[in-house]
Design a binder for this molecule. Sequence first.
Ligand code: ZN
Length: 69
Amino acid sequence: MSDLKTKSCPRCQKKFECKPEYIKNCQCASIELKQHQYDYIFKQYDDCLCASCLEFLRAECEDNVLDMV
Ligand SMILES: [Zn+2]
């Protein structure tokens, strides 16, 4: 049995594979997120996002953090 799940990114609707069983191979493992970046992203989305959206939101988070200072 395969646990490969194809999901749609809630942000861009792109299909991507989520591999919670093989987290090291999952595309989200290639995006390093700090705790506050996780919080920022998952406040808005309660599901996995594709790697490009994770990268985008990570950058957006950093911009917003600067604005708040
Ligand atoms: Zn996406």
